[in-house]
Design a protein around this ligand. Structure first.
Ligand code: PLP
Length: 283
């Protein structure tokens, strides 16, 4: 695999990042994951805009202009012959002597991108059959709107979900669902789509924004508000969205079937609309 590190395209074994990198020492870094379908990038502009916002919240600039970033993404897709897959991008505050205070603003940022081939990304067993989730307390920090690489608790929650025979966790705070470990969470009740509104408590999903826009265009009713686990258990349907999974039906919560325990029509339709529209608008 050819990866990108600070301006160079290198075989993955030759790529190097300093042991003093603040991404490694402090999780002082942000990331984006963009999917690739048919060799083209899905929602690139949304991911670039959120990257700029995440960096800005941490007092960092964009490492390069949007057009250069797009060119690097496209180069990696071509050099690795990616048909369907993902591109991971990480920007750190760079390498500096270990100190909690940020280093000088002229410290070069570290920029790394790599691809992951995922043949058949748009048609997976999880998409066809749905996933099972368990509820766990949301023990993450208070700025989940910034897409940092500080992902230990979501990893722990994912492992706990697996240990309980499920696929993922829905995290709970103050009695309401925040989101999944790496996706936004939704329920459907009496034809209305309910998902938590934006704030510091959740990541503003790029897929969430696109799916809600498409749902509105299809005249579906949407309520952006917190929902409880009890509401979710009593819902007609549940689903999650993310750049790497698009729209995935949730068929079970804490061992109890949601709806009929099979993927529901709203999730299936939104998945189809989202993937069709994304392929059309891909770069
Ligand atoms: N919420 C969290 C915590 C995430 O990590 C992610 C994606 O990785 C999402 C939501 C979904 O965001 P997006 O649709 O931009 O992938």
């Amino acid at each position: 695999r050819i990866v990108y590190v600070n301006g160079d395209y290198l075989p993955e074994d030759a790529a190097r990042v300093s042991v003093f990198d603040r991404g490694f020492l402090f999780a002082d870094a942000v990331y984006e994951v963009t999917s690739v379908l048919g060799g083209r990038l899905i929602d690139f502009d949304g991911h670039a805009a959120r990257l700029e916002r995440s960096l800005g919240e941490l007092g960092m600039p964009m490492p390069m202009p949007r057009d250069s970033l797009l060119a690097v993404h496209r180069d990696l897709v071509a050099r690795n012959s990616i048909e369907d897959g993902l591109i991971y991008l990480q920007v750190t505050r760079g390498a500096a002597d270990r100190d909690f205070a940020y280093p000088d603003a002229d410290t070069p940022q570290t920029v790394v991108l790599f691809t992951q081939a995922k043949p058949g990304l748009a048609d997976t067993p999880a998409a066809r059959e749905g996933i099972r989730v368990v509820s766990l307390p949301d023990l993450r920090w208070g700025r989940r709107d910034i897409k940092t690489v500080q992902l230990l608790y979501p990893s722990m929650a994912k492992m706990e979900a697996r240990a309980r025979g499920a696929d993922d966790a829905w995290m709970i705070e103050d009695g309401a669902v925040t989101e999944g470990t790496s996706n936004n969470a939704y329920i459907v009740k009496d034809g209305r789509i309910v998902t938590r509104g934006l704030g510091h408590e959740i990541l503003s999903g790029i897929t969430r924004a696109a799916v809600l826009r498409l749902a509105r265009e299809a005249q579906m009713q949407i309520e952006e508000r917190p929902f409880t686990l009890d509401e979710a258990r009593a819902a007609d349907e549940a689903f999650v969205t993310s750049a790497s999974a698009f729209v995935l039906p949730v068929i079970e919560i804490d061992g109890a079937a949601v709806g009929g325990g099979t993927p529901g029509p709203v999730a299936r339709r939104l998945r189809e609309i989202y993937i069709d529209e994304s392929r059309r608008a891909a770069l």
